[in-house]
Write a protein that binds this ligand. Structure first.
Ligand code: G4P
Ligand code: NA
Ligand code: NA
Length: 194
C-alpha cells in the first residue's frame, strides 16, 4: 500500500534493529484519512469472505479495525488487556506472551459478542512474533467461529510472526512488510509491481 509506505518512510523513526516508532500516525496521534484507506484496502483484500465481525486488541488495533468494520458494515470488537469491572463472567480468556515486555497477559472478550456462526477478520497494527494474533485466533476458535484471515498494518517480516501464522494455516494480509530496520533504515520486502 503506497500511501502507507510513504508515511512509514517520511514519519517512521527507527529506534533499533527491532523497533519502528510510528507515533505520529498509528500508535499515539492517529491519521484518520490514512486509517480510512487502510480500512478500504483490507476490505478489498478480504472481499467475498462474508466477514461478520472484525476483532482486534486494544489500543492501537482499534483505529484500523474500526475503519475496516465501517467499510465492511459489520461490528468491531476489541479484546481487552486489563480486567474490566463490568466484564467478569461469561468471558473468553487467552494468555498472550509479549517478548518485548517479557510478560504474559490475559486478553478477554465477552462471550456475548462472538458465536459459532461468526466469520471473523482479525486486525492489528503491528505483527512481530505473532503472539497477539495467535491469542485472538484462539479466542475466535474457543467459540467454534472461523478466522477468515489476519490483516496487519505493519508486518516486521524479519520477525517470526508472519511465517508462524502462515504455517498454522492463517491467511495473513499485511499492508506494508518490513524486511529490515538495520543501520537505522527501513527496507521493505520487495514486491512485484504491476
Ligand atoms: P506480537 O504480538 O507480534 O508477538 O508482538 P509483541 O508482543 O512483540 O508486541 C508488544 C507490543 O509492541 C504491541 O503493542 C505491538 O503492537 C508493539 N510492537 C511490536 N513491534 C513494534 C514496533 O516495531 N513498533 C511499534 N511501534 N510497536 C511494536 P501493545 O503493547 O499491545 O500496544 P498498543 O496496541 O496499546 O499500542
Ligand atoms: Na502497538
Ligand atoms: Na496492537
Amino acid at each position: 500500500m503506497k500511501l502507507l509506505k510513504d508515511k512509514v518512510m517520511s514519519e517512521g523513526i527507527v529506534l533499533s534493529d527491532q523497533v519502528l516508532k510510528v507515533d505520529s500516525f498509528l500508535n499515539h496521534q492517529m491519521d484518520p484519512v490514512l486509517m480510512k484507506e487502510v480500512g478500504a484496502e483490507f476490505t478489498r483484500r478480504f472481499a467475498g469472505e462474508q466477514i461478520t465481525k472484525v476483532l482486534t486488541i486494544e489500543s492501537s488495533g482499534i483505529a484500523p479495525a474500526i475503519m475496516t468494520a465501517l467499510e465492511l458494515g459489520v461490528p468491531m470488537i476489541f479484546a481487552r488487556k486489563h480486567k474490566s469491572l463490568t466484564l467478569k463472567d461469561n468471558i473468553l480468556v487467552e494468555k498472550v506472551y509479549s517478548f518485548t515486555k517479557k510478560e504474559s497477559n490475559e486478553i478477554t472478550v465477552s462471550k456475548k459478542f462472538l458465536n459459532s456462526d461468526d466469520r471473523v477478520l482479525i486486525i492489528d497494527d503491528f505483527l512481530a512474533n505473532g503472539e497477539a494474533a495467535f491469542g485472538l485466533a484462539r479466542i475466535v476458535e474457543q467459540v467454534g467461529a472461523s478466522v477468515v484471515g489476519i490483516g496487519i498494518v505493519i508486518e516486521k517480516s524479519f520477525q517470526p510472526g508472519a511465517g508462524l501464522l502462515n504455517e498454522a494455516g492463517y491467511r495473513v494480509e499485511s499492508l506494508v512488510r518490513i524486511a529490515s530496520l538495520e543501520d537505522g533504515a527501513v527496507s521493505f520486502v520487495d514486491e512485484v509491481t504491476m
